[in-house]
Design a protein around this ligand. Sequence first.
Ligand code: ADP
Length: 205
Amino acid sequence: HDIRTIGELFRRGVLRAVQKPIYPSQAGALNKVSLYQGDITTLQTDAIVNAANPSLLGGGGVDGAIHAAAGSQLLAECWTLGGCKTGDAKITGGYDLPAKHVIHAVGPVYDACNTEMRAKQLRSCYTTSLGLAKENGCETVAFPSISTGIYGYPLRDATHIALNEVRQFVDSDVEDKIKRVVFVVFRDVDRSMYEELIPFYFPPV
Ligand code: ADP
């Protein structure tokens, strides 16, 4: 079956750690992120993040893929949650997924008239999801590129937000509870954008 553990992905050279800090005081933060191109539902992390909608009852894109792979028990648990506000996130089990948990984050639908509010909501998706992961003992977390599909968030801006929020979170995680964050890209354009911007937030030496 097409299940990928983090260790296997490293061995096969699919996941690449972004290595070596510029600032020694932040050494812990910089070797904690990876980029992976492929289907997030195959990853055996403690949690995968879903780009959900406010109903939490499934949808298209990565949401549809996650529900299809997790099975109907995921939908049953989601029914009990009473939806989720934009910018917020809720955690469930992973059911038939190789991941233990799904963190359902509701990204903003992009709106060029309210860019500051949309950015705040997207930032909140990352920080809230990482906070939930930490509270629930998840050491490895995989994120899709939230809001950049059907929700239309400009890819470059969304990628800056994702990288910046994760960088800040791992810097502040002094107890080292989050061991690895995997940025999962699906399309080649997303991969190129992350490859371009990762060095600014997680600079190699
Ligand atoms: P949103 O509604 O938040 O924009 P989408 O699911 O439409 O969410 O898109 C979010 C991102 O997830 C896009 O970059 C899309 O290409 C990507 N994506 C779609 N399916 C998968 C999958 N199975 N695994 C990982 N990423 C996926």
